[in-house]
Design a protein around this ligand. Structure first.
Ligand code: ISL
Length: 542
């Protein structure tokens, strides 16, 4: 890890604070809970943590509805706790990044409350996207855009005199009014937020909906509102991925040119610190070549690689995505990132359908040049949990009338201790019910099992950190081999082979190597013959 550009090959662990660990028995995780887990996190072999939002929020979208970006919600603790977390993280030699949500505020934010009290055309309304409706009485929304969470992207307000009035834009929930980035007050407020946390020692930011801040003309309808809905659905199975990719290229509020100006000005702020701060873009866009534009030398440092994350368990698809990623990012000199899942997606174990594949996917990305992101619980091999509909909280579930189950299944509180209530997550009732059979995934059980998923991740991450053949950005060289196998080498004698097929394969390879790590003990190497069972993977050291 190079200290100035530490993020280029870092392993960054995503914490969803609400579900990490609860210190006060209210059933929701908190900052003190994160602090109590830091030794565990440091033992994994990671370089940094990223925390999803814990700011003041009515919590209608898991805290991505921010009412005050420069304070901590009491459910999570206090500003002092956040300062303590930063100090304690640094003490363990880890970096810490927070989440910034520039596309929208919560409707509870003072600015939005002031906008509701103010007249159409006022300076207060100009910080958001307030428009008159269409139709004789303004009863129709200003355009036909849909919200990412389902339903229309517009809500009509009541004016001060009680009459139905203007409409405001919300690409997500009604409680998340979009900010108007053409208004300089918006830009300066976010600069203040960046500096506020940077001055407290935060090392960087993950930028929520980084592709959404600039919008096309509001007065123009989108020609294919149904396509828009299909492109935006969270349920990956609901739309064919090829169709989704095509549809994503034509969204009037995503990936517009105006966003780049914002990141160029943020970069100046990042670089004004010593050492410089970093930013990672959450930009869900296509084609992938567009992603490289967010990480040009004067913009952000990283962008999540959703193209790879959404690839199927298919060797051609995965290889194409890897090759394209490295080529496109290489052109702008940016480091790649590799992500298997996050708090918005299905967990990788569930997505790929079994444990061996999930381990092999980790062996693959932990051996690729660039940075990796790990979503809390991934290191335990957690699957998504089944939830009764009554327990669901994600606005996606409600706004699609249950057609899309939403993202709660991947947000279930972590199991820490097999024999304790709530698996040691909390002494109270967890905010989402944990499945009955999660003892086996608990940290304490996995700690004591040398063959556990956790100990596999620990080995993988610690080797990645200490062995010069892994991590870093040295190139990969593909080796021609049997169909269904991904085989590449990296300098310092590392050979990576992943069997992305349902057939066990016997491969003749060069002699002299030894197994550094394998997804399963049934991967065998004898002289120049490698037995690679279905879905398994291996690192060989020559
Ligand atoms: O646009 C998309 C296609 O469905 C999304 O993947 C989009 O990039 C994503 O919804 C943005 O997610 C982020 O912002 C949301 C929040 O609910 C998510 O948890 C967060 O990761 C709104 O702030």
């Amino acid at each position: 890890m190079n200290s100035l550009s530490w993020w280029r090959d870092a392993a960054i662990y995503q914490i969803y604070p609400r579900s990490f660990r609860d210190s006060n028995g209210d059933g929701e995780g908190d900052i003190a809970g994160v602090i109590s887990g830091l030794d565990y996190l440091a033992s994994l072999g990671i370089d940094a943590i990223w925390l999803s939002p814990f700011y003041t929020s009515p919590n209608r979208d898991g805290g991505y509805d921010v009412a005050n970006p420069r304070d901590v919600d009491p459910r999570f603790g206090t500003l002092e706790d956040a300062k303590d977390l930063i100090a304690q993280t640094h003490k363990r030699g880890l970096k810490i990044i927070f989440d910034i949500v520039p596309n929208h505020f919560s409707s509870d934010h003072l600015w939005f409350q002031a906008a509701l009290r103010s007249a159409p055309g006022s300076a207060e309304r100009a910080r958001f996207h307030f428009y008159d409706g269409k139709g004789p009485d303004g009863q129709l929304p200003p355009n036909n855009w849909n919200s990412v969470f389902g339903g229309p992207a517009w809500t009509r307000v009541k004016e001060q005199d009680g009459s139905l009035g203007q409409w405001y834009l919300h690409l997500f929930d009604t409680s998340q009014p979009d900010l108007n980035w053409e208004n300089p007050e918006v830009a300066s407020d976010f600069e203040e937020t960046l500096r506020f946390w940077f001055d407290l020692g935060v090392d960087g930011f993950r930028i929520d909906v980084a592709h959404g801040l600039a919008k096309d003309e509001i007065n123009v309808n989108h020609r294919d509102p149904e396509g828009l809905t299909r492109a935006l659905r969270f349920d990956a199975a609901a739309t064919d991925q090829a169709e989704r990719k095509a549809l994503l290229q034509d969204i009037p509020f995503f990936d517009r040119e105006g966003v780049h100006q914002v990141y160029r000005s943020w970069r100046k702020i990042f670089d004004s610190y010593d050492p410089p701060k970093m930013g990672v873009a959450e930009a869900f866009i296509n084609p992938t070549s567009r992603i490289a534009r967010y990480v040009r030398p004067d913009e952000l440092h990283q962008a999540f690689n959703f193209d790879f994350m959404m690839s199927n368990w298919n060797s051609d698809e995965m290889k194409t995505s890897i090759t394209r990623t490295l080529a496109e990012l290489g052109e702008v000199g940016a480091a790649a990132t590799w992500v298997l899942n996050n708090h918005d997606s299905s967990r990788v174990r569930t997505k790929l359908g079994d444990e061996t594949r999930a381990k092999s996917a980790a062996l693959l990305i932990h051996a690729l040049p660039g940075g990796i992101y790990i979503y809390q619980g991934e290191e335990l091999g957690l699957p998504d949990g089944d939830l009764p509909d009554e327990a669901r909280q994600d606005p996606v579930f409600f706004r699609t009338a249950g057609a899309d189950k939403g993202r709660d299944g991947c947000r279930i509180p972590l199991p820490w201790e097999a024999e304790k209530d709530a698996y040691g997550f909390s002494t109270g009732k967890p905010w989402l019910p944990q499945p009955k059979n999660w003892q086996k995934f608990s940290v304490d059980q996995e700690e004591n099992d040398s063959e556990s998923f956790l100990n596999f991740y620990r080995k993988s991450l610690n080797i990645r950190k200490s062995n010069p053949a892994l991590g870093g950005e040295s190139p990969i060289t593909w080796v021609a081999t049997s169909p269904g196998i991904l085989y590449f080498t990296r300098p310092f004698g590392l050979h990576v082979l992943i069997n992305v097929s349902e057939n066990s394969q016997t491969l003749d390879i060069s002699e002299g190597g030894s197994i550094l790590l394998a997804s399963h003990s049934n991967v065998q190497l004898h002289a120049g013959t490698l037995e690679l069972p279905a879905n398994s993977g291996v690192w060989l050291q020559y």
